[in-house]
Design a binder for this molecule. Structure first.
Ligand code: ZN
Length: 597
């Protein structure tokens, strides 16, 4: 992912933004010594273990281990993906993103696939008007009460029966054929040919946030055809778990969006719009994911999730609730609406009309109500045991909620139901959660740098004070050593030498997608017990240690060689030199011979 944006842009970006500003505007920080602190936004805590270092341009939490750069913070806190976080920071600092923003996942951008999707949309729309067999599709839409106007607004079309209608119309050259396969519009055959994926279906174009068609959903016309709904497969344009059908159309239709209704299918969205409810979006048949929540709540502060009233619907709602708990913030409202068994929004709105349907939306139960209702149903509330069990069941859910007001609301409701006082319950829940956090905090508390191996110690010092790298002009000689982490160390030294002003946060971004990144992150957390004036000394001390190891390694090789055959006079001179050098390196380092190397 990081490959899409040049690393030098990210370096420059992180050089311009200040992580303290970025975080402080979201989580108010207070100065504590050299650093800034706050109560951690990523876990529940009473004291502030969330620390932001302006020097390192890096945040970390000793309680839960959360850490990263300004980019990482936005990704975690705002649930942005990497590109979104970079864009947000670029916007803040007035930098222009160097890449055009089509397709946000592939490393190799390739040709723009949007035009062919647009052409496909036109093709299907045209077929709905012209094709001799379109009658059945038109009948179906009419029977559903859809007017031409709504069909046009959603760009609904018709994929005629037959294996190569779209292929013939759009894939008349190699590139077109390839693009049809890449976007999933055609299916490649083993013999090299290809055929239309969507045949004899009503076509619903799925648009991204800018209104560009990125995929299709196709509904059967003949009842006997399978599957009833067919979506485009994942492609460079389309990622199922992220996309919301109808969100773009909602934004087009309404200036102010007070509420979003989340339903399952595109026909529900279209039918609701036909009846004047323009704020419905669909998850395209997948469960509600974490990735859905960001665009939903960014569009509207109130989101009502509509589920089937059956067992499967309740289970899906419960999963959605779980995903939502950590996302609850001020001003966000999530509610749940359950339909009667066998009903869907499409059939229901046609039956009862807009007003009655909206009444149902308004009376949807709140998230907290659903949570407690569901938990209470699992225990015998008339027994003391049952009420105790309810508290046990509620605890892990409450632990996921970071929003204090909301949490207290649920606790007081829980107190009501269990007949305990709010204070009693808070202390009961709180006590558990404090022991839990503090034991975790101790387990994760980073060790001090003196316990680290020389390689790790050097890396951690470099992350703290990158300019130390200037002390080591020839890092490549350490590559002879087979120490763990040595390649990483050399690469790090070279990076800093090329960019003397880089800081820890930006350094870590260079390793974001690499396995060594997590070691670097851990080392960035190391606290040094020495005052910062001593870093240089400690740095050189560790380098000397490595040099000694390196010389020992070469000496051993030479001595080993000498066991089998007499050493050449050249080897002997080398060995003497090395042994002298080793002895020199073994002398304690004083503050004055800093540059001896
Ligand atoms: Zn934390």
């Amino acid at each position: 992912m990081a490959g899409r944006i040049p690393q030098h842009f990210i370096d420059e970006l992180l050089n311009r933004v200040d992580i303290v500003d970025v975080i402080d505007s979201r989580v108010p920080l207070r100065k504590a010594g050299r650093d800034y602190q706050a109560r951690c936004p990523f876990h529940e805590e009473k004291s502030a273990s969330f620390t932001v270092s302006q020097n390192k341009q890096f945040y970390h939490c000793f309680g839960c281990g959360a850490n990263g750069s300004a980019i990482g913070f936005l990704m975690d806190y705002e649930h942005m993906d990497f590109i979104e976080a970079v864009k947000e920071l670029a916007r803040r600092s007035g930098m222009e993103l160097p890449t055009t923003e089509h397709s946000n996942t592939t490393h190799n951008p390739g040709p723009d696939l949007h035009p062919i999707m647009q052409t496909a949309t036109h093709f299907y729309q045209q077929q709905l008007k012209q094709h001799p067999e379109a009658n059945k599709a038109i009948d179906y839409l009419k029977q559903r009460g859809l007017t031409g106007e709504v069909a046009a607004r959603f760009g609904i079309g018709f994929a005629p029966p037959g294996w190569d209608n779209l292929g013939k119309a759009l894939g008349n050259n190699k590139q077109g054929q390839q693009q049809l396969v890449t976007t999933g519009m055609s299916v490649a055959k083993d013999d090299g040919g290809q055929y239309d994926r969507f045949r004899n279906r009503i076509m619903f174009p799925i648009k991204d946030h800018r209104g560009r068609v990125i995929a299709f959903g196709g509904r059967v016309i003949n009842k006997e055809d399978n599957p009833k709904y067919l979506n485009s497969p994942e492609s460079p344009l389309f990622h199922k778990g992220k996309q919301l059908y109808g969100l773009y159309e909602t934004k087009q239709a309404l200036r102010q969006i007070d509420r979003l209704l989340v339903v399952e299918g595109y026909m529900d969205v279209v039918a609701l719009a036909q009846h004047g409810i323009y704020y419905a979006v669909a998850t395209l048949g997948t469960a509600v994911t974490h990735d859905h929540l960001q665009p939903l709540f960014r569009t509207s502060s109130e989101v009502v999730f509509c589920f089937d009233g059956d067992r499967a619907g309740r289970d899906a709602a419960w999963k959605a609730l779980d995903i939502m708990l950590p996302e609850l913030k001020d001003g966000r409202t999530a509610r749940f609406m359950f339909l009667a068994d066998g009903e869907d929004p499409d059939s229901l709105i046609r039956q009862i009309g807009q007003q009655a349907f909206e009444k149902k939306i308004v009376s949807a139960i709140s998230l907290s109500e659903f949570l407690l209702q569901n938990l209470s149903q699992r225990v015998d509330m008339s027994a003391i045991d049952g009420r105790a069990r309810l508290i046990d069941l509620a605890r892990p859910k409450l632990a996921k909620i970071s929003h204090q007001v909301f949490k207290h609301m649920i606790i007081s409701e829980l107190a009501n139901r269990t007949g305990m006082s709010g204070a009693e319950l808070t202390s009961l829940l709180g006590e558990k959660s404090i022991t839990h956090t503090s034991s975790k905090a101790i387990a994760r508390s980073p060790g001090n740098s003196r316990k680290l191996s020389p390689v790790r110690s050097i890396i951690s010092l470099l992350l703290e004070q990158p300019q130390l790298a200037q002390q080591e002009p020839d890092p490549r000689r350490f590559l002879e050593l087979k120490e763990p982490g040595i390649n990483l160390l050399v690469e790090l030294l070279e990076l800093i030498q090329q960019q003397p002003h880089i800081h820890c946060g930006a350094i870590l971004e260079h390793w974001r997608d690499r396995p060594e990144g997590k070691h670097l992150n851990k080392l960035a957390l190391s606290t040094h017990t020495i005052p910062s004036e001593g870093y240089k000394h400690e740095f050189q001390d560790a380098l000397r240690h490595l040099d000694k190891q390196r010389i020992e390694h070469i000496c051993n090789q030479l001595l080993h060689k000498g066991e089998n055959s007499p050493l050449s006079s050249q080897d002997k001179i080398r060995l003497t030199e090395l042994l002298n050098r080793k002895q020199l390196l073994s002398r304690p380092l004083t503050r004055n011979n800093d540059n001896e190397n």
